[in-house]
Design a protein around this ligand. Structure first.
Ligand code: CA
Length: 239
């Protein structure tokens, strides 16, 4: 019988090459596909083209705090998250779980235990339908297909969004009714938080989504704080 996990894609965010090699090897033995990211930036770059089933995130990264990397990952993806940490502080682990991690493993770890945790997260997410294969977001009469960036209007007209617009709308539909800071909404291509790229993108999206772009009902500006996507989002599967 074919292992149900075989072929699942796991991104490993770990700056220590020795630890990364051990994890990649043991996950490979169990049929998983792995991609190694050496840093938080590397992870965010990979997420532009890859849709992992799960990410293993080391909290001690060279370029950003692992919790920060995880938060940004959560904004872009509904994949499972396993924290890997040498930090024994309970507060870090609690914070990680509150920020959306599914589980954590303390270093040093037993490789087979890590695999067991990975499989249990994938199992749990499959049984609750949160495995990331729900890629059609429905809100306020609209349908947005995250698999092909197609936006279907309530009147049945469909259009394909640019990659940048689709990334932005993807973050909104995954995080409805929450204030999102401008920095959180920026893709990795926008390196300068002071530039207006994000605002330009917001107004483009508003022109597509809002009947009255100057008094927006869906994408609200929260002055001094960021933006808020006000809608109830239902997720459907396209497959
Ligand atoms: Ca590390």
């Amino acid at each position: 019988m074919k292992d149900p996990d075989s072929g699942k894609l796991i991104l490993l965010v770990e700056d220590d090459p020795d630890v990364a090699r051990i994890i990649e090897q043991v996950l490979g033995d169990f049929g998983f596909q792995t991609v190694w990211c050496r840093s938080g930036t590397d992870l965010l770059r990979r997420l532009r083209t890859l849709s992992p089933d799960l990410c293993i995130v080391d909290l001690g990264l060279p370029d950003m705090d692992g919790l920060e990397a995880m938060q940004r990952l959560r904004l872009q993806s509904t994949c499972g998250i396993l924290i890997l940490t040498g930090r024994a502080h309970v507060s870090d682990r609690v914070m990680g779980l509150e920020l959306g991690a599914d589980d954590y493993v303390l270093k040093p770890f037993e490789p087979r235990e890590l695999v067991a945790r990975v499989r249990s997260i994938l199992r749990r997410r499959e049984s609750t339908g949160g495995a990331g294969n729900y890629d059609l977001a429905e809100f306020a009469g609209w349908q947005f297909n995250l698999a092909n960036n197609t936006l279907l209007a309530p009147d049945g007209e469909s259009q394909v969004l640019s990659t940048a617009e689709a990334e932005l709308l993807g973050i909104f539909v995954r995080n409805p009714n929450r204030i999102l800071q401008r920095e959180k909404l920026m893709g990795t291509r926008d390196l300068n938080p002071s530039d207006r790229a994000i605002d330009v993108r917001i107004s483009r999206l508003r022109r597509k989504l809002e009947p009255a772009p100057h008094s927006p009902a869906l994408i609200k500006t929260v002055y001094g704080a960021g933006y808020l996507f006000m809608a109830t989002v239902h997720w459907l599967s396209t497959s």
